[in-house]
Design a protein around this ligand. Sequence first.
Ligand code: AMP
Length: 507
Amino acid sequence: MGNFTDQNLYDFLKAGFPAAPRTPCMLLPDGSVITYGMIDEQSARFANLLVALGVRPGDRVAVQVKKSPRALCLYLGSLRAGAVYLPINDAYLANEVEYFLADAEPRVFVCAPQACAMAEKAASKAGVSHVVELDGDGEGSLARKADTQPGNFSKSLSGGDDLGAILYTSGTTGRSKGAMLSHRNLAVNGEALKNHWGFGPGDVLLHMLPIFHVHGLFVATHCVLLSGGRMFFEPRFDTARALRLLPRSTVFMGVPTYYARLLAAPELTPELCSNMRLFVSGSAPLSIETFEKFTTVTGHTVLERYGMTEGGMFCSNPLVGKRRGGTVGFPLEGVSVRVAGDNNQPAGTGQIGEVQVKGDNIFRGYWRLPDKTKEEFTPDGFFKTGDMGKWDADGHLAIVGRSKDIVITGGLNVYPKEVEEAIDKMSGVAESAVIGTPHPDFGEAVTAVIVKTKDELGAALTEGAVIGFIKGNLANFKVPKKVHFATELPRNTMGKVQKNILRQMFE
Ligand code: AMP
């Protein structure tokens, strides 16, 4: 892949910028445009400001702000200054943020103006030198200070194996861990995705994902910046806005929830999507029902891909050729993916095992947790994802669940996804989640939580009917011992069902 992997990630991205600095990059909701030249200038101002604030290569810059073009430029400026960018979900509350500051000890913390006063105390406890503000409009003390800085930054600091970012994992169990990503990790994955998905200067990405997470920050923006394309840069997902912008876009990236919401809109038609060339889904499993319905309604087959914070993307369905629903496709260029059976030996076709990955995209370890890091790698250097998967006969990978979500009942393993898929086939079921709950005899009992459809079929659905239906479809030990009905499933911002919350609710 040449020597770009030794570069500072910003320099690598910039090599893909169009020659003309006036070329549009971000198209904003108010109709204004941010050009590639403006991005280069603004990120230089931020890089200069960070250096002026005493940020040295390797120092962390923690950022908890609303999504805005300036926030993206701050990420790029942080890369140029050799700092380690640490984005924090803007939904997190003060006590949660305190943990990240104490753990990462950033030199600078950038936050929303209303959070500043409260952040000062936590920041001074964590030894943060500067707390600066950036609001959703890109204004605040950070922007004012940056405006007085020069608009060029001649030589990027750091690159290659130096850290470019730390992203804290969503932490559905235990404490959230900081995944350390190097410039090289991010560059190789960005390049592989741009090529695999055929991104070019003519592309217009509809960007509605948050930018504190691998999906919106790295996958989406790197594909655009590396190919000199454009993006509608929207503050959040909004069905009505998506329907308005799809006719002028070529690519959409979303979590499964976005697809389900789009499908609920009667305005979604093949005509509306006639300019589109690619719909990508990831971060959580896309149900077969959504996958199939999307093709029926729009004529487009959603491309599902799979990856995680600790290494970007690992597998993708093909750009050209058949995309198989319920699978995440094939390993990406440069990524070795294996399904490990006993003793880490490769599992055969159809056998379930842990998904393990290796490649230049895999992270440099968990921040200040060398022992934990070591535990998560096999002796031959594969990262243990904690996801359970299996290969089909044609080499597609299917993810069947997280290893910690497996239900062990009477000593037998039940993979929740298999039971969920069976339940979802019942009329009257809108969606379902299967968890294990303590059981005096079996250790754990297979327990289903079901959201009913809002019609007479849903109204007629009973626990007995569900159990009877599954009995006719799956082995007895997989049949739920208990069925609960809920009005919705708890999900995080990336659309993942929070099974830890369900377990607490139904224990
Ligand atoms: P995150 O680090 O927040 O991106 O979460 C990564 C996790 O999301 C993976 O380890 C998987 O459990 C899950 N995930 C991501 N993409 C998919 C997918 N296409 N299908 C199933 N699970 C997925």
